[in-house]
Design a protein around this ligand. Structure first.
Ligand code: WTA
Length: 701
């Protein structure tokens, strides 16, 4: 019982102060060779980006861009906390990623596309060719009457046509909203509706894990869903995976659906002048999961965002134009927008695009690609690292690639996985940056500057240049470094990469990210508006941060954020389901996976059929990524006397932990019934502490 007693005691103090016990890891130093060639070698860089020099320090990033008209004000706080960066400046993102690179790098590869089928040849697209293709698509979009400020939704896979269409929109100031290709048609439809798009751009098919997926089918569902929600889509523009050939079974809808390649015939060789847009104009929306079922459209600016991803690509990823850089993320997520497309291209990089699954056809695939293309910068997520390690721990040794730098992003990485990445993938030569950030933040928040700071497995490092984190407890008191206590990590100051707002929902923006620690809602001083990231974190005595995971009801599955309410509402679309509760479960490869508990309506017998339909509902409403590991039909949910479902109790059961004291629940007996159902008759709990994100799961009600 000692454990239960301890838990209660901690709950009494404050949940945010839970002591986190973890072994201090040793440091790893960057090599002299890496340091000698690094873009950022100034050991005083963090001081130069200190708060004393804020916000002017960020001119260094803005000055990496080409402006049509110079900005007058670095930071305008008059509409706090809706910050405006580089005000007065006129700029175009497509110009900065393409036109300005042509003179020097026109014949150099901008993208190298690697199709999933290994027999299919790579497609190299030079800056000149990319410029031509982007201009033609821009001409097409303009021809359809689209203009600056209009929204267009994409539901595209990992193919060159995705960044081409993004850059074509950026050229005209059209706000793109790419929905991850693996999301369902319904998920796409609700994002179309929220953004008010009248045009959907998609692709007929793509390769995934050895099969050609019929993707066009999702477009029909998306359009129907949007219409049901009140948003009409006039046109669906369909790229063809194999130009000139239709590789989907779903019929095209006459008058609504058009092949991009047919329409493009009228725009061959056309040039479209990049529109000089205000710095604070919106560049794109990126939807992310929050605590409610409604997705949040993070709205990113042109000037601030582009400056931030350009600067961090140069200094943190250490991209030089001569490098071959490969980020294995999907462009459908923020990582791809910032660090496959906009940041690398603005630095004239050669960026590799891989269509498929890293382990297809085997766990040697990424290393073969790296060897063949001479990749020297590699960027991926812990979930991929764990999977590649599990399936082929010795594979990297068979290939002769050499990485100078590597990045990890998306979830906390265990020191053990980190060391495999360092020893085997990086061959003890490559530096690692563990970059912590969010969809909403545009670019890195916590990371080492690779030539300057030592690496420490499991910790992202200090704040990135110009990012000043602070950890608060529940009462708003600062938790000091080295205290061994965790709390809510916030950023003290604004920075150019931060989203401008949530699309169409100013109140939710303020409430979700600022309300908790803001003391004066009328203040125009940025010091009064720390940005709450939604992660639990602790800071070691050396100043390095360790991120413990989400503290809201968001489950990070393989580095992808899924809202519990989204999953639970998907379950409730099955008519027999009365109540649903989802909890995160630790998973060796994916980090966290959802497990679902449902109660069926009175008179409905529990059946495998209901379980199957709950699984299917999740795949249809959200996507395969939301597929629950298990679905349990329980006699009743554990509830407080006020009727709230105690997800924390379910999370403890799913994670084989002690459920603690449940005597205050309205129905304590059901807990043991559920426990036996999930764990079997014998107690199989482990004494290990639950990770913070799971331990605190379900507190935000
Ligand atoms: C988590 C992805 C630990 C964190 C760019 C954050 C991380 C959420 C790291 C955002 C990291 C991201 N170490 N945790 N290096 N990077 N996270 O919006 O919980 O998809 O809040 O953005 O991922 O996920 P999102």
């Amino acid at each position: 019982m000692a454990k239960t007693a301890k838990k209660e005691e901690l709950t009494d103090v404050t949940e945010a102060q839970i002591a986190v016990h973890w072994k201090e890891e040793g440091y790893y130093q960057p090599s002299e060779k890496f340091i000698a060639q690094a873009n950022m070698r100034d050991t005083h860089i963090l001081e130069k980006f200190g708060l004393a020099n804020f916000p002017d320090c960020f001119r260094a990033y803005a000055d990496m861009l080409t402006w049509f008209e110079p900005y007058r004000t670095v930071l305008d706080t008059s509409d706090a906390p809706f910050w405006k960066w580089f005000v007065g400046g006129k700029i175009n993102a497509s110009y900065n990623c393409l036109d300005r690179n042509l003179a020097k790098y026109g014949s150099k590869a901008a993208f190298i596309f690697v199709p999933e089928p290994e027999a299919e040849p790579d497609a190299t697209i030079t800056y000149q060719q990319l410029h031509t293709r982007v201009n033609e698509v821009a001409a097409l979009l303009r021809g359809l009457g689209l203009k600056a400020g209009d929204r267009v939704t994409f539901h595209m896979p990992m193919v060159p046509e995705l960044p081409i269409t993004m850059l074509a929109c950026a050229r005209l100031g059209i706000i793109h909203s790419q929905v991850f290709g693996g999301f369902s048609g319904q998920a796409c439809g609700s994002r179309i509706q929220d953004s008010g798009s009248r045009v959907l751009i998609t692709m007929d098919s793509y390769w995934r894990n050895g099969s050609l997926v019929d993707h066009k089918a999702n477009a029909d569902i998306a359009v129907r869903t949007a219409k049901d929600l009140g948003q009409d889509v006039d046109k669906v523009l369909v790229w063809q995976r194999y130009p000139g050939k239709y590789s989907a079974k779903t019929p095209m809808v006459p008058g609504r659906d058009f092949f991009m390649n047919d329409l493009l015939k009228d725009h061959k060789g056309k040039n479209v002048e990049p529109v000089a847009l205000p710095s604070e104009g919106p560049l794109f929306l990126m939807y992310s999961s929050g605590t409610t079922g409604k997705p949040k459209g993070a709205q990113h600016s042109i000037g601030g965002y582009l400056a931030y991803v350009t600067g961090t690509s140069r200094w943190i990823l250490d991209i030089h134009p001569e490098d071959v850089y490969w980020c294995m993320a999907d462009i459908g997520w923020i990582t791809g927008h910032s660090y496959i497309v906009y940041g690398p291209l603005a630095n004239a990089a050669t960026s590799v695009l891989y269509e498929g699954v890293p382990t297809f056809p085997d766990a040697g695939r990424p290393w073969r690609i790296a060897e063949r293309l001479g990749v020297n910068i590699f960027h991926t997520a812990p979930t991929a690292i764990r999977m590649l390690r599990k399936l082929g721990p010795q594979e990297p040794r068979k290939y002769k690639y050499r990485f100078k730098s590597m990045t990890t992003v998306g979830e906390p990485i265990e020191p053990e996985a980190w060391r495999w990445y360092y020893d085997e993938v990086g061959k003890r030569e490559a530096v690692i940056t563990d970059t912590w950030w969010l969809t909403e933040t545009g670019g890195f928040l916590g990371t080492t500057v690779p030539a300057i700071h030592a690496m420490k497995p499991g910790s992202c490092g200090p704040g990135a240049p110009g990012i000043h984190p602070v950890i608060y407890d529940e009462t708003g008191a600062e938790i000091s470094k080295g205290s061994g206590k965790a709390g809510n990590i916030c950023i003290r100051n604004p920075w150019p990469g931060l989203m401008q707002t949530l699309w169409g929902d100013r109140d939710r923006y303020v409430k979700t990210y600022f309300a908790k620690y803001n003391k004066d809602p009328r203040s125009k001083d940025w010091r009064d508006w720390p940005f709450m990231c939604g992660d639990g974190a602790m800071q070691a005595a050396d100043g390095y941060y360790r991120i413990l995971g989400r503290i809201d009801d968001v489950i990070n599955v393989a580095g992808h954020r899924l809202g519990t309410k989204e999953i639970e509402s998907a379950c409730l679309t099955v008519p027999e389901v009365a109540e649903a509760a989802v909890v995160p479960v630790q998973d060796e490869v994916k980090g966290r996976v959802p497990e679902v508990y449902i109660a069926v309506k009175p008179g409905v017998p529990p059946s495998q059929d209901v379980i199957d339909r709950v699984i299917k509902a999740n795949e249809e409403v959200i996507g395969k990524i939301a597929r629950p590991k298990h679905v349990y039909i329980v006699p009743d949910m554990p509830k407080t006397r006020s009727g709230k479902i105690m997800r924390r109790v379910l999370a403890a059961i799913s994670n084989r932990r002690d459920v603690g004291d449940v005597t205050t629940l309205a129905n304590p007996d059901v807990v043991e019934q559920i426990r036996t159902m999930v764990q079997g008759k014998d107690t199989v709990t482990t004494r290990e502490e639950l990770p913070e994100d799971i331990a605190k799961f379900g507190q935000v009600e």
